[in-house]
Design a protein around this ligand. Structure first.
Ligand SMILES: *[C@@H]1O[C@H](CO)[C@@H](O)[C@H](O)[C@H]1NC(C)=O
Ligand SMILES: *[C@@H]1O[C@H](CO)[C@@H](O)[C@H](O)[C@H]1NC(C)=O
Ligand SMILES: *[C@@H]1O[C@H](CO)[C@@H](O)[C@H](O)[C@H]1NC(C)=O
Ligand SMILES: *[C@@H]1O[C@H](CO)[C@@H](O)[C@H](O)[C@H]1NC(C)=O
Ligand SMILES: *[C@@H]1O[C@H](CO)[C@@H](O)[C@H](O)[C@H]1NC(C)=O
Ligand SMILES: *[C@@H]1O[C@H](CO)[C@@H](O)[C@H](O)[C@H]1NC(C)=O
Length: 327
């Protein structure tokens, strides 16, 4: 009796699909998404965005489980997505994560409409042809923990106001065409900012004085035109794990630098670093100090046993294995 009742009610539910399946999609969000689809010329990538269906089931986007509002927009690897970032993206007010990645035909500049996304925690625009400056209005997105703008066609200098994003843990602006110096305001970045990649730009000047106080886990500054003293990044009490300062014009005495306990990766090739190699480098897994002005005997053991001569060559007078013996 009980069983047949259950079967009966199951059948009833199954035979009324339209009633039993509640549509989660917020109508306002759906309207905005369809506008975005049209903006991108109904490109193939949006083929799951059928106006007759629940937008919470569509590809590229995700709805929150409780509010059913669109919280994630993740458009990646699509050659046929062409044109600028649509202003309509700013009308998805519940977005916490927005990603445009590997879209070679995404062009234009970062639109001010993005500042309406005050709940945004992660903004990723990477591997696109987005150009223009890094807008200072991004500082209005004060819930951002990650700002990733690598590998675009961005120009101009880094806006000092980015340092006001107090929740940032990761910032990557690498592989653009950025110029000017790293703003002195960055000497007062939030202590939470552990990952900074400014590499492969045309940045000049010295690093902010305040950086000596900070603990980075990863700092990538390679292939810029930075100069001056970077020794403040090191020190026994620092937690830095990976540092790439290569292909810049840094000039400082390495002799008395205290190597942080956690440092594992250190690339400083092609600079003007002088003095001798300090103690404490042995536990590293990678080191490259080639093309500098270093002198003296290369320490033995640990990483020095692992690296070949190319990590040490083209210095003033470094000597000993894997380079020729000292005189
Ligand atoms: C959209 O399609 C129209 C008609 O085919 C075309 O003229 C226009 O350039 C396309 N726009 C983009 C951004 O691809
Ligand atoms: C930018 O556009 C050029 C030319 O269309 C293309 O070759 C390049 O791959 C694009 N860059 C990126 C990062 O997608
Ligand atoms: C975003 O920041 C505002 C204050 O600036 C705050 O009221 C809001 O709760 C934050 N949202 C999230 C998701 O953290
Ligand atoms: C990159 O930007 C410059 C000007 O800022 C422009 O001349 C160039 O065509 C852009 N490159 C691409 C691939 O869009
Ligand atoms: C950096 O990290 C070390 C080791 O975890 C810690 O002792 C030191 O207080 C930290 N310094 C700052 C400025 O956070
Ligand atoms: C060290 O850097 C130099 C200069 O870029 C390069 O030629 C060499 O291959 C590098 N060696 C290692 C082990 O990375």
């Amino acid at each position: 009796m009980m069983r047949s009742l259950i079967i009966l009610s199951l059948l009833t539910i199954l035979s009324q699909p339209t009633l039993s399946k509640s549509v989660r999609c917020n109508p306002q969000d759906k309207k905005v998404l369809l506008k975005i689809k049209q903006h991108f010329n109904n490109s193939y990538d949006f083929s799951s965005w059928n106006p007759q269906t629940d937008c919470c089931t569509w590809y590229i986007v995700k709805c929150d489980r409780l509010t059913n509002r669109i919280t994630r927009f993740n458009l990646i690897t699509a050659d046929d997505v062409a044109g600028p970032i649509p202003d309509a993206i700013g009308d998805l007010p519940h977005l916490t994560s927005l990603t445009f990645h590997k879209l070679p035909n995404l062009i234009g500049s970062i639109p001010p409409a993005i500042t309406k996304l005050t709940n945004l925690q992660s903004l990723t625009i990477t591997w696109t042809n987005v150009s223009g400056p890094i807008p200072s209005f991004l500082t209005q997105l004060n819930n951002l923990t990650g700002l990733y703008l690598s590998f675009n066609n961005l120009t101009g200098s880094i806006p000092p106001s980015l340092a006001q994003l107090r929740l940032l843990t990761g910032l990557s602006l690498d592989r653009n065409r950025l110029t000017g110096s790293i703003p002195e305001a960055f000497g007062d970045i939030p202590a939470s900012l552990m990952y900074i990649d400014l590499s492969h730009n045309q940045l000049s000047g010295s690093i902010p004085k305040g950086w000596g106080r900070f603990n980075f886990t990863t700092l990538q500054l390679e292939r810029n035109r930075l100069e001056g003293d970077a020794s403040g990044l090191f020190g026994k009490s620092k937690s830095i794990e990976n540092a790439d300062l290569s292909r810049n014009m840094f000039a400082f005495d390495m002799t008395k630098v205290e190597i942080p306990y956690n440092l594992r990766y250190l690339d400083m090739n092609h600079n003007k670093i002088f003095g001798s190699l300090p103690a404490g480098l042995e536990p590293l897994t990678f080191v490259n100090v080639s093309y500098n002005r270093l002198c003296g005997r290369i320490p033995t053991g640990g990483v020095f046993q692992e690296m070949d001569y190319s990590s040490f060559f083209h210095n003033k007078c470094l000597c000993g294995p894997p380079l020729p013996d000292c005189k």
